[in-house]
Design a protein around this ligand. Structure first.
Ligand code: NDP
Length: 453
């Protein structure tokens, strides 16, 4: 059977076995198609049915979460933990609390995580979890009770050598704190079963900043390869959460000018540069909508989502040199990609997971826009989570500078391996193909070594 037929066969089976899981299928399609040059050179992946095996999670846990709201009413949510692949290490990947969460979303994130974790060069497998619980509009006590109820079930499946979750959309330091406290209460053990922990109770300096900082380091490595830098570049950033905030901070450190941020309701365009302190005060500390930013910075412009045409997002229609999608999946569409190219954008670097739709991605590449794929560009978060695990295991604490230096080195290695692999397999400077092939190869070879398990 030709390699193309093999890939199509597995994708067809995947679609049949996971009906309605559109985001998962999108992620599987992107990865599998990009593996063609590797599969053509090495028939072992077909011989050992690696594609068939790698698209199926090792374990999928779905559970009911009951918790009591402030009115004394029992509420019900669904919880997920997908333990996707442990060929190279314990499962590792975040927890997402957002009303849009379903099995397909968690599987797409878990699948991407396998290859991302592999690219870091560290021994971590892929997993992901979360719930359709919406922390927005809930009181502190409601969030705490939900997190405690979630951990009652999750605690049975995690462990520092088994599965180590972290944060993602809707799960930050506050939620991780409530979950960690509950795990300790249930088991009587103080263990590194989560990363992104508070600094007083086992967290690592630099973890909060890591995904955003790492994303900017990756973008800088891309530009450096072509004799350029971020210095003086006007940048658009979407999102206003953890990844977006620290992307903006690092862009300033490298003398670039970030001019936008956004949330699910609208975009801030601040031509003289996003005011980082105002942004943190509104979102990170205040947990308020971005309209509040205008009260602190009245010279900024606010563009509500409702004012923008379908399939387009205000962020990507504002002229920029470099774009950093850092909010959520499929937030940069073909309409947006065309606007970016028209306005002279030279780089799109994915801070969020799968933020660029496949047609937008092809359009950007065809138009010679440098493209930093999520698996590589946002791997700094999980890499620093592994550094937190190392510190926990050795009961040591590293300085911010030590962690940041390690992060910088890891991002350089990820860039180098993605670039070199793309070259080696005849994919030119296509970092998406290079990252997929390099990430896959290490996991697939380990699966072959370990036999039919
Ligand atoms: P946060 O919850 O801190 O922030 C998410 C941001 O995205 C918020 O500004 C939110 O707006 C916005 N957002 C969420 N959903 C939508 C939507 N449907 N439309 C528009 N905006 C939306 O999450 P993170 O910053 O941690 O995560 C952002 C992305 O980065 C995700 O794709 C995540 O998977 C990825 N990522 C995160 C890592 C981490 O270490 N945190 C590591 C690697 C990847 P609002 O405030 O209105 O909800």
């Amino acid at each position: 059977m030709s390699v193309e037929k093999y890939i199509d066969k597995v994708l067809k089976q995947t679609a049949q076995q996971s009906p309605g899981q559109v985001e998962f299928y999108q992620a599987a399609e992107e990865v599998l198609h990009s593996l063609k040059p590797l599969l053509e050179r090495d028939s072992r992946y077909d011989k050992y049915n690696i594609l068939e095996r790698i698209v199926v999670p090792e374990r999928t846990i779905i559970f009911r979460i009951n918790w009591v709201d402030d009115d004394g009413i029992i509420q019900t949510n669904t919880g997920y933990r997908v333990q996707f692949n442990s060929a190279i290490g314990p499962y590792k990947g975040g927890l997402r609390f957002h009303p849009s969460v379903n099995l397909g979303i968690i599987k797409f994130l878990g699948f991407e995580q396998i290859f991302k974790n592999s690219l870091t060069g560290l021994n971590i497998g892929g997993g992901k979890g979360g719930s359709n619980f919406d922390p927005k509009g809930k009181s502190e006590n409601e969030v705490m009770r939900f997190c405690q109820a979630f951990m009652i079930e999750l605690s049975r499946h995690i462990g520092e050598r088994r599965d180590v979750p972290a944060g993602d959309i809707g799960v930050g330091g506050r939620e991780l704190g409530y979950m960690f406290g509950q795990y300790k209460k249930l088991t009587g053990k103080f263990e590194g079963i989560l990363t992104g922990k508070g600094l007083n109770w086992g967290g690592s300096l630099g973890r909060t900043e890591a995904t955003g900082f790492g994303s900017v380091y990756f973008a800088e490595h891309i530009l450096n390869k072509y004799g350029d830098t971020l210095k003086g570049k006007t940048c658009t950033v979407s999102g206003s959460g953890n990844v977006a905030t620290y992307t903006i901070q690092k862009l300033y450190d490298l003398d670039a000018l970030p001019v936008t941020c956004s949330d699910s309701k609208g975009t801030i365009y601040h031509k003289k540069g996003v005011d980082l302190e105002a942004l943190k005060a509104v979102k990170e500390i205040g947990r308020k909508p971005l309209t509040e930013y205008l009260k602190l910075c009245p010279d900024a412009e606010y563009i509500p989502v409702s004012k923008y045409p379908e399939d387009g997002h205000a962020c990507w229609h504002i002229p920029c040199d470099c774009a950093f999608p850092s909010a959520t999946q499929n937030e940069l569409t073909l309409v947006d990609a065309k606007a970016l190219v028209k306005n002279g954008c030279i780089l799109v670097n994915e801070g969020a997971n799968m933020p660029t739709t496949p047609d937008a991605c092809s359009y950007l590449m065809k138009n010679k826009v440098h493209f930093g794929p999520a698996k590589a560009a946002n791997a700094g978060g999980v890499a620093t989570s592994q550094l937190e695990m190392s510190q926990n295991a050795s009961m040591s604490n590293w300085s911010f500078a030590e962690v940041d230096a390690k992060l910088h080195k890891i991002m350089k290695n990820i860039f180098d391996i993605s670039y070199e692999t793309a070259q080696e397999y005849g994919c030119g400077d296509n970092l998406l193909a290079g990252a997929n092939i390099a990430g896959f190869k290490k996991v697939a070879d380990s699966m072959i070594d370990q036999g039919a398990v």
